[in-house]
Write a protein of this length. Structure first.
Length: 158
């Protein structure tokens, strides 16, 4: 598909190179074009063109990004924050997070807590639980999920 005459070909080429590296949201691409010195209008035209070609799709991006975050073992709060940081619309973020299973989240948290318990040779369960809690909450798990994961991991360990 050939771009319209009024769309800057150089901006399109730069944007394509930018999104070839990894998937990007429309807002990330628009912001990068503007940082490179293209006007707001030119950036919007390029993003609209790339979207019409199927190269930018925020729904698909959000779904893929959610999967990547889950594979890396991040919790709900961290995933939500990262999706919003990618400047996706709130409605889209909430829609994509509707696919997020809170039941599976506890399983992931227990697995991470178990790995951490095996990694550290700490006899004091209070220190071990504190380390596990800190680690899990930094990864975006809620306090309740982290507490339950620590409890289960320590029960398995003993």
């Amino acid at each position: 598909m050939e771009p319209p005459e009024d769309v800057n070909r150089q901006a399109i080429d730069r944007a394509i190179r930018f999104i070839e590296h990894r998937a990007r949201s429309k807002s990330e691409t628009r912001d990068r074009l503007m940082r490179w010195g293209y006007s707001s209008d030119a950036s919007n035209q390029v993003v609209a063109y790339l979207e019409s070609c199927g190269l930018l799709d925020d729904q698909q991006f959000a779904t893929v990004f959610l999967g990547e975050m889950l594979r890396k073992g991040f919790g709900f709060n961290r995933v939500r924050g990262e999706l919003l940081r990618k400047k996706l619309e709130r409605d889209l973020v909430e829609e994509v997070l509707g696919e997020y299973s809170l039941d599976e989240e506890l399983g992931r948290a227990v697995g991470l807590a178990g790995q951490l318990a095996a990694k550290f040779d700490i006899d004091d369960s209070t220190i071990l639980r504190r380390k596990m809690m800190g680690y899990l909450t930094r990864r975006g798990y809620s306090r309740d999920v982290a507490l339950e994961a620590c409890r289960r991991a320590c029960d398995i360990d003993t």
